[in-house]
Design a protein around this ligand. Structure first.
Ligand SMILES: Cc1cc2nc3c(=O)[nH]c(=O)nc-3n(C[C@H](O)[C@H](O)[C@H](O)COP(=O)(O)OP(=O)(O)OC[C@H]3O[C@@H](n4cnc5c(N)ncnc54)[C@H](O)[C@@H]3O)c2cc1C
Length: 366
């Protein structure tokens, strides 16, 4: 039986960021079901940081994360962000959506069709009524970020245990015992960072589900025509988020921006969904769709209000929720990891009280 101050269930970006920050002051273990960390959603993202993405609470987290990415030198020995930009285009019947996206956003430039095509020459100008450009959007080196969290945690004496799905959980007095096929582990605090399995782990601990729903999102890699260079293009897509594309090592990653509700699982793409998304991409651009070189799918797991749940369960002591990161879990990971540390160690957070309340799992028990 191994004992820790904190056990984190889930070796994705959420679990490892929390573990890295907590390991500064606590003995931490991460238990991951798969043979290696980052296997599920974290290893399948579009790897972009968009400051204006998400609701007001998410944008507050994005601001804290941006400060971390810009100024941290302890966790990040090398930068993990690099310039990319994001361009969203609107057809005549999508101008309301464009206005809604701009409301409350900062650092956006409104462009006309020609200006949009100057940035991404394969766009069809006849189908663009207006566009919005966010020059500050940046690529995230997700693997480097994940590995840095892991390295910091290990350097602080933390342990990452892979290949052991948590099978059971029980609380005696103030101590939780976690059971896997191979071992048993004890700690007074359990952090549920199990991604799409968040409600499943909650139920294993005897808690009511919060209403987490995983949605599948897919992507393909496609070559661009010979002699075309796309490396400097921004991420580009429709304002209604029914497709988007992003340069990826000289090719394009194209996503149908699908959001089909499915049960937690090792997600894989649906050919019809990919074909429909590629059709929408083809309609908006001037290049032919060719045979995808690779495809994949991952899960974006949302709570009903599209805001993560971060905090101790109000009914069962020592059980901490860190779920519902949706499509923003990589970019918000420094903010949510630091908030988790501050709440677990009863420290002051840089986030305001209303933002902490908006993230609290208490909202599901009101
Ligand atoms: C196609 C796509 C594009 C995306 N693009 C972006 C983007 O550009 N920017 C961004 O910020 N976010 C993006 N996201 C969202 C982002 O990937 C997620 O929000 C984030 O990875 C969630 O991290 P996580 O650690 O909560 O989940 P995961 O990475 O899924 O980690 C959860 C871990 O818990 C483990 N686990 C589950 N049950 C158990 C158990 N019983 N015992 C032990 N371990 C268990 C799982 O094996 C898993 O490894 C995208 C997602 C997808 C699918």
């Amino acid at each position: 039986m191994m004992s820790y101050d904190v056990i984190v269930i889930g070796g994705g970006i959420a679990g490892l960021s929390a573990a890295a920050f907590l390991s500064e002051a606590a003995k931490v273990a991460v238990i991951e079901a798969e043979p290696h960390i980052g296997y599920h959603s974290t290893g399948r993202s579009a790897a972009i940081f968009i400051r204006n993405y998400g609701n007001e609470t998410l944008r507050a987290l994005n601001d804290v994360a941006a400060r971390f990415f810009e100024t941290d030198t302890q966790t990040l020995t090398d930068p993990v962000l690099s310039p990319r930009g994001e361009l969203l285009i609107a057809k005549p019947d999508e101008l309301d959506a464009l206005d809604a996206y701009c409301a409350g956003a900062t650092g956006l430039e409104r462009l006309n069709a020609q200006e949009a095509c100057d940035l991404v020459p394969i766009l069809n100008p006849e189908l663009i009524s207006a566009a919005v450009y966010e020059p500050d959007a940046q690529d995230i080196d997700v693997d480097r970020l994940l590995q840095r969290y892991a390295a910091v945690m290990r350097a602080n004496g933390g342990q990452i245990i892979t290949g052991q799905p948590v099978q059971g959980m029980a609380k005696m007095g103030a101590i939780w015992t976690i059971t896997t096929d191979l071992d048993r582990y004890q700690a007074p605090v359990i952090i549920n960072a199990s991604g799409a399995w968040g409600d499943h782990i909650g139920q294993m601990a005897g808690l009511r589900p919060l209403g987490l729903q995983p949605y599948r999102r897919s992507a393909v890699i496609m070559a661009v025509p010979d002699k075309m260079t796309c490396a400097h293009w921004p991420l580009f897509g429709s304002i209604n988020e029914d497709w988007y594309a992003k340069p990826d090592a000289g090719r394009l990653m194209i996503s149908p921006a699908d959001a089909d509700p499915i049960a937690p699982q090792d997600a894989y793409p649906d050919d019809l969904v990919l074909a429909q998304g590629l059709y929408r991409f083809e309609q908006a651009t001037t290049i032919p769709v060719t045979r995808p070189l690779r495809s994949w799918a991952g899960l974006r797991s949302f709570l009903p209000d599209h805001t993560p749940a971060v905090g101790f369960d109000p009914e069962v002591g020592g059980f901490f929720w860190l779920i519902g990161q949706g499509g923003y879990g990589v970019q918000t990971s420094p903010a949510l990891g630091q908030l988790t540390r501050d709440l677990v160690l009863a420290q002051t957070s840089v986030l305001s009280e209303p933002i902490i309340a908006a993230l609290s799992p208490n909202r599901f028990h009101a």
